[in-house]
Write a protein that binds this ligand. Structure first.
Ligand code: GLC
Ligand code: MG
Length: 425
């Protein structure tokens, strides 16, 4: 990752289903709390890595369904596919490693002899991963029988059971742990080993993540039996691994605090946002807080006070403008006035606002250009736009924060054709 000249402050390597993403929380509250914390406090100097069992197809589907951030690195198909950045450029070096001693045809041939194995969908069959469903009570016996078969055929593979139903057969060098070890090696060779790494997971295929040396680990409170059992047998006395008392992403935030890895108060846990301004004087935090305010304002979760609007106005540059994604240009202060009408217009409705990839760039002694993706989720679906904000810190002590000089938004592809009458900022 060439985004940094030096080591990342923190690298989080997290599983998605039932770890980062709580499928039992339709409101996605812990995920949104994590998102706000990451964008306000970590995005600029830390690395976010998602490590999922899902194939690229199912991973992209999940991204559409849930308010997930964009990771710096995506590890998919149980550590068999590593990609970098927004355009998900594959790591071909990793493919070469996995090609050694792997013969997919033998795997298919041997597994076809077991009627207890049900092949998963076509999308989940990948070049270095073959996946089945197996009943929980048959799992151990099947794994043993399969290992014996493969050994006889001279094939060295890895068999992993997860979630009490999924059986993955991978190239021996693969797996979430091996993929992480490979990444750490790469960073080390570049002299950019992260200062700290935190692995987060809930099921069997995550166990390997916790056996990589020097890595902190959190098993979220809702971790599966097979992972807890692995822990009891292999890592019980290791103080670098905890079993959180909180579910999913809330457990990740808990671990950040437990291991002292950095700030662990999500802006979503702070209600008095005017007060927190001076303490958190940084451009990323400013952006996260503003959009959180917008969500709360429209959900009628902040006091409908003129004070709020006045303080927002105070941070708008007198000649500041806002370029709405529709192309309409308005003075910033007019936009703030227009907010008055929208107070509570989303009360009692499904409405969330979040920002992704908030990357501030200092372009002058007191000027920052912040680029990010802003998303809104409402009953009608989700839409987003690329946003650029110019912030000035000259009069910070007077206005208690940055002055907003310029805001410019453009719809993401395809979003322009929808009805966006309620899109404000
Ligand atoms: C994901 C994948 C599936 C795999 C499971 C466990 O659900 O889609 O193929 O078996 O993770 O690794
Ligand atoms: Mg999981």
């Amino acid at each position: 990752m060439d985004r940094f000249k030096s080591s990342a402050r923190l690298m989080i390597v997290s599983d998605l289903d039932h770890t980062m993403v709580d499928h039992h929380d339709p409101e996605n509250l812990s995920l949104l709390r994590f998102d706000a914390l990451w964008e306000a406090k970590y995005r600029h100097d830390s690395l976010l890595v998602f490590s999922t069992g899902r194939s690229p197809t199912l991973y992209k589907q999940l991204r559409k369904e849930k308010p997930m951030l964009t990771p710096d690195i995506t590890i998919m198909s149980v550590g068999t596919e590593i990609t970098y950045g927004n355009s998900m450029v594959p790591d071909d070096g990793w493919v070469d490693v996995l090609n050694q001693k792997w013969d997919r045809n033998i795997v298919m041939e041997e597994t076809s002899k077991f009627s207890e194995l049900t092949l998963q969908s076509e999308t989940e069959q990948r070049p270095h991963k073959v996946s089945f469903y197996v009943q929980k009570d048959k799992a151990q016996e099947m794994m043993k029988a399969l290992s014996e078969r493969f050994e006889k055929r001279g094939l060295d593979v890895k068999i992993i059971y997860s979630g009490g139903m999924d059986l993955d057969i991978l190239a021996q060098g693969a797996g979430k742990g091996q993929a992480l070890a490979y990444l750490l090696e790469k960073f080390k060779a570049e002299g950019k080993l992260p200062n700290n790494t935190l692995a987060c997971g809930d099921s069997g295929n995550d166990a390997e993540l916790f056996s990589i040396p020097d890595v902190y680990g959190v098993m979220v409170s809702n971790a599966q039996e097979e992972l807890l059992q692995w822990h009891a047998e292999n890592a019980k006395g290791n103080p670098k691994i905890i079993h959180a008392t909180e579910r999913c992403a809330a457990g990740i935030i808990q671990a950040i605090g437990h291991f002292n890895l950095g700030p662990n108060t999500s802006p979503r846990d702070v209600t008095d946002f005017l007060d927190s301004k001076l303490e958190n004087f940084d451009p990323g935090h400013e952006i996260v807080e503003f959009y959180l305010f917008l969500e709360r304002w429209r959900r009628a979760e902040v006091e409908d006070s003129e004070l709020c609007l006045a303080s927002l106005k105070a941070v708008c540059h007198p000649s500041g403008v806002f370029i709405h994604p529709s192309g309409v240009v308005q003075p910033l202060s007019d936009c703030i006035n227009a907010l008055r009408r929208s107070y509570g217009d989303k009360q009692g409705k499904q409405f969330r606002v979040w920002v992704d990839q908030v990357l501030p760039e200092q372009i002058g002694s007191d000027t920052w250009l912040v680029k990010f993706n802003k998303w809104e989720l409402s009953g009608e679906g989700r839409c987003g736009c690329l946003t650029t904000v110019l912030l000035n810190s000259k009069d910070a002590s007077v206005s208690k924060g940055f002055t907003w000089v310029h805001v410019h938004q453009t719809w993401f592809d395809g979003a322009g054709s929808k009805d966006h009458t309620t899109w404000l900022f």
